[in-house]
Structures are given as structure tokens and as C-alpha cells.
Design a binder for this molecule. Structure first.
Ligand SMILES: Cc1cc2nc3c(=O)[nH]c(=O)nc-3n(C[C@H](O)[C@H](O)[C@H](O)COP(=O)(O)O)c2cc1C
Length: 153
């Protein structure tokens, strides 16, 4: 079983750190979204989409890519954000994935240090995140994704 993690993590690489933690718990390849043309997504059993949250949404190019190229796949989503309110932030993308006839195996999120704009004046919000507990949670999550996948085959 092979998992491709497609990641957009432009602010502080918080989401990339979560992807790297996941890689220690499951057989993954990490691809940056900007390089996705170099990968054949059909060769992977599961696609995991990871993005920071910017003004309430995942990276716009990731949404475009999902719309154009991700159909009939087994997928999951993970995000990092200043508030960590991932159920709210991920909902639209989960809906989009489902509407493209993909099977959503899981949905995860955690806090990620934000030093954007005025938040930098106070040293940022979600300081020290993602932290060890976030990495542990991400690893437990991806183990659950693998288990969910095994129930679909
Ligand atoms: C331009 C910008 C907009 C952001 N908007 C939000 C937001 O709407 N809600 C939130 O909780 N965090 C927001 N954040 C914080 C990021 O989601 C958070 O730092 C995240 O971990 C960044 O992920 P990355 O380092 O992988 O890019 C924003 C950060 C930036 C730079």
C-alpha cells in the first residue's frame, strides 16, 4: 500500500512537519503541490492532502487541483491553522472531495504557529505548534486512515 501526501505549506512549513510525522507511521511519499506534475497519482492507493489555512481556506491551487484531477480516489485531508479549528476549515474541502466521488478516509487538523501580519507583533499565535502532542495525534490519525482503507478493499 502506497500513500502520496500532497502538501502546500508556504507560511512556516507547519503542515509539512505534520506530513513528516505521518511519514514515520505509514509508508508515504511527500510531494509538494507545486511539483505534483512530477508524480503519477494513479500509482498510489491513497492520496492525502495537507495545507495551511489562509483566510479560512486551504491553498487555492490545491482546491483547483482537486477539482480538476482528483476523482474516484481514496483520500484524506489534513490542515494546520492558527486556531486549530479544523472541522470548520476542512468542511468545504471534504464536501468537494466527496462530490468528486472520492472516498474520504479521514480528516485531521491541529494548530500551527501563525506569525502573519499583526500576529507577529505579539510573537505569533499557536506558539510552539505543531508540538509533540500534535505529531502523536497525526500519527494516530494516519494509522486510522490505513485501517479505514483496509476496510474498503
Ligand atoms: C495569509 C495567512 C492567513 C491566515 N489565515 C488564517 C485563518 O483564517 N485562520 C486560522 O486559524 N489561521 C490562519 N493563518 C495561520 C495559518 O493557518 C497557520 O500558521 C498554518 O499553520 C500555516 O501553515 P503552513 O506553515 O503549513 O503554511 C493564516 C496565516 C497566513 C500566513
Amino acid at each position: 500500500m502506497k500513500i502520496l501526501l500532497i502538501v502546500s505549506s508556504k507560511h512556516r512549513q507547519n503542515t509539512l512537519k505534520i506530513a513528516e510525522a505521518m511519514s514515520e507511521a505509514a509508508p508515504t511519499v511527500i510531494a509538494e503541490l507545486k511539483d505534483i506534475q512530477n508524480y503519477d497519482i494513479d500509482k498510489f492507493d491513497i492520496l492525502g492532502f495537507g495545507s495551511g489555512i489562509y483566510a479560512g481556506k486551504i491553498n487555492k491551487n490545491m482546491t483547483k487541483f482537486i477539482k480538476s484531477s482528483v476523482h474516484n480516489k481514496k483520500v484524506f485531508l489534513f490542515t494546520t491553522s492558527g486556531t486549530g479549528n479544523y472541522e470548520k476549515y476542512n468542511a468545504a474541502t471534504v464536501k468537494l472531495l466527496e462530490s468528486n466521488n472520492n472516498t474520504v478516509l479521514g480528516n485531521f487538523g491541529c494548530k500551527g504557529l501563525c506569525k502573519w501580519f499583526i500576529f507577529a507583533l505579539v510573537g505569533g499565535i499557536a506558539k510552539n505548534h505543531p508540538d509533540i502532542d500534535d505529531f502523536d495525534a497525526a500519527q494516530t490519525f494516519i494509522e486510522g486512515v490505513v485501517e479505514n482503507y483496509s476496510k474498503t478493499i
